[in-house]
Design a protein around this ligand. Structure first.
Ligand code: SF4
Length: 462
């Protein structure tokens, strides 16, 4: 476990792995943006690093098709794949990333994606979901709390019509009828679970279609995205003309030498770790920011009515008047923020301006909710950021069928608490940054014990 809010866990772990002779190491991250920070820590210890990407970034086939499926189906006809075995394997002195391999591959004609698997480095950094094909003495899963968040994938509702047409043109009528049943269900129920509508035979038929259209740039991309959405037992929910797929987490698989690092951990998550795991906590209790819970507000689905919206509006206006030119960062779900956008100076901007002032509103599970640094004086979490209730109830059923104990907290509480800390962490990347935190939902009162490991909860003056 690592100290929260920007500690030096990376270099400490690297040094321990180096000194104990546990190299090479596979370092798994949620986003490759983090990989360059890890590489800079490796330089300090003289460790060589490879930043390895998936097919989407590393494939050099010129066609604008779904590269993942294209490679799975056409790899053995791909000249770049064959050339991997005829090309000298590049040596890393200190650093190499997939961009360097792609550059070399363009002149020498080998596949950078498969070459990544042959290059030796002390530390290989890659995404959680990239295939693992090499031998490593240890595996580090960085920011492991991400594994407890259902993976969200968006899909435009309109693209279902394209898939419907392709099915009708190419497959048996009975397959078309299965798809129509699915279309009706998602239109009217708004939330469904994939396995209730599609079985493996149907999905195999779709994969066959994908094989047929793998060179067609429009169809292959739509079908490829749809097939990825259908993988595992995804819960589908319609949110503003888009289908959002929530992929349930899979039981954590570990190897004897697996290290998990995170600064976002709640005791209730312990029970989901393999029993052989040893937990080491580093206590940074002197360094916690001050926070308060607002008692009379809630965004709970049944209580978030016109009156409650007005109460929230009053709270935002008063806070703005009181805080004057301070930077107020407000996180909330799209469902909640839509009522207050007119009070914001910035709403989900394309870029975060350096010297921003006033009120900035961001989506709680949006693109700025993790990995970015947004200095602010006050951070407000506008309502507990739970997943939609229908999604929670379906995820919970899936988890309980999978044999997880306490499936409700896995589907509801843990993702909500992680999202809350991640949002706060945007303004607290460095211990010197001490924003005031306002948890604007009475439901936070139930989680004071969990949150007290990270926040001093009491009264604060903004
Ligand atoms: S072998 Fe490499 S270059 Fe060829 S399709 Fe696959 S990823 Fe792309």
């Amino acid at each position: 476990m690592r100290p929260d809010f920007g500690g030096s866990h990376t270099i400490v772990s690297l040094k321990a792995l180096k000194d104990s002779g546990r190299l090479p190491v596979l370092w798994l991250v949620r986003s490759l943006k983090l990989a360059y920070h890890i590489a800079s820590e490796c330089f300090k210890l003289d460790l060589s690093v490879l930043i390895s990407a998936g097919r989407d970034r590393a494939c050099i086939v010129e066609k604008n098709v779904d590269r993942d499926f294209y490679c799975k189906y056409r790899r053995f006809q791909c000249p770049f794949f064959r050339n991997v075995f005829k090309t000298r394997i590049p040596k890393i002195n200190i650093f190499m990333d997939y961009n360097m391999l792609v550059e070399g591959a363009r002149s020498e004609g080998f596949c950078p994606y498969y070459m990544e698997d042959l290059v030796d480095a002390d530390i290989t950094v890659q995404n959680y979901f990239r295939a693992r094909r090499k031998y490593f003495k240890a595996i580090v899963i960085d920011e492991v709390h991400n594994i407890f968040m259902p993976r969200e994938i968006g899909f435009p509702f309109d693209d279902l019509n394209t898939i419907h047409t392709i099915i009708n043109l190419n497959l048996d009528k009975s397959v078309g009828r299965i798809f129509e049943r699915f279309l009706r269900a998602i239109r009217y129920s708004k939330t469904i679970v994939v396995e209730e509508y599609f079985d493996s035979i149907f999905l195999d038929e779709l994969k066959g279609l994908m094989y047929q259209y793998v060179e067609d740039k429009r169809v292959s991309r739509i079908l490829g995205r749809f097939l990825r959405l259908m993988q595992y037992n995804t819960v589908l929910n319609i949110e503003r003309e888009r289908i959002i797929g929530y992929k349930p987490l899979l039981p954590i698989q570990t190897f004897p030498q697996t290290i998990m690092l995170t600064g976002t951990w709640f005791n209730t998550m312990d029970k989901f770790l393999p029993s052989s795991f040893e937990k080491i906590s580093v206590d940074f209790s002197n360094d916690k920011p001050e926070a308060m819970i607002l008692e009379d507000l809630t965004t709970r689905y049944n209580d978030f009515d016109y009156k409650m919206i007005e109460e929230y509006r009053k709270f935002i206006v008063q806070m703005k008047l009181k805080a004057r030119d301070k930077r107020i960062l407000i996180f909330g779900s799209e469902r909640v923020l839509q009522y207050f956008i007119n009070l914001a100076d910035l709403y989900e901007p394309t870029q975060i301006p350096k010297n921003w002032r006033g009120i900035m509103m961001l989506k709680a599970r949006g693109r700025y909710a993790e990995g970015v640094d947004i200095p602010a004086d006050i951070v407000v979490i506008l309502g507990c950021p739970f997943l939609p209730p229908e999604v929670i109830s379906r995820l919970s059923k899936i988890y309980s069928r999978m044999g997880f104990e306490d499936s409700w907290s896995l589907a509801a509480t843990i993702p909500m608490l992680i999202t809350t800390l991640q949002c706060i962490g945007r303004a607290r990347r460095d211990p010197k940054q001490r924003p005031k935190i306002i948890l604007a939902d009475e439901r936070y009162g139930k989680y004071v014990d969990e949150l007290s490991n990270y926040l001093y909860i009491g009264e604060i003056d903004v």
